[in-house]
Design a protein around this ligand. Sequence first.
Ligand code: SF4
Length: 361
Amino acid sequence: MNARHARYPFLGESRAAVQEAGVDLGRVVAEDDAVVERARERVVGALTAGDIGERARSDRVELLSYPVARVLVSVVDEHVLVRKYADAEADAAHDRFTTDETDETELKSVGSDASLSRAALLREFDLTDHVHATDRGYNVDVPTYLLLASSLRADGWRLVNRALDGGRVPVTENELDALLEQAVRDRVAEDLPLSVPEGIEEPLETEANAIRDVLSDMDLTREIDTVVPDLFPPCMQHLLDQVQRGEHLPHHSRFAITAFLANVGLTTDEIVEIYSVNPGFGEEMTRYQTDHIRGESSPTEYTAPSCATMKAYGDCTNPDDLCDAISHPLSYYEAKLDDADGEELEDWRDSDERAESEADD
Ligand code: SF4
């Protein structure tokens, strides 16, 4: 474990260093207060200041606090926390690698072995073959650009607003750094929340409760328990439409819409009912899959996939302007509900449409 691993804990080589050192995460969370405290700081700082805080003096503490922070985020299990935590880690990484490229003073203070070049970062994310240096900056292959830029908010990132050069998207050095920051954000959020064994979760209960308190003070979490399909994101409306027309969906698409419906508060019976508009639907399979996703027949309660994952599987359909400002379909829905605050919203569960379909049964 070295200073570079501590400075860039999301790198594959940093993860390998932890594995090679034979670190037992269970023992670390039970016995190493410094690591747990620094992990708590990373997460609370991400929530309250959008910043992971000052790095620990010890490389070991700093590096190990990253996987422990991911565990803490998973134990608390709120998607707003995943989003804010990934944002703060990506922001810190961006500050560091842009400094590494330009500022010798910083490198002297951390040691040049700790630095990470832009080229190394491109290699880390397998982007070397898709990003091409030019006289004016870089040209990025369109699929790579779309994968990274579609979660960025400003209009200027939209492909329709970019000039193309030979089928590639020209970007400046600063823009490339922003795309790399997005790659880090996706890496940090990848697989979160993790499935955490009880032996690791238990010693972290105090820290997890402290984070829950911060979240509830900030009023960032809200139990979504309102079902208004017209406000669903376009991707989920499209998938739901396909389900109701009885079209066959690939597993990842079916998982996405079922998890989304479960996350917005529908019970297994209600999801089965929503699907059953088409008589050809498979009730048994729907019930089995829904129970599994809801954590009733499995150890994990699953969250619907992020926009990055939806895009990677081709499930992101008809994104609109709001999509540019969010990175998760649930955030889209929350934002729509916020916009409609004060309006009379009819919950699908109380709708006439549903009453009629029940009467027909
Ligand atoms: S950007 Fe996200 S919310 Fe919008 S359609 Fe695509 S996957 Fe859905």
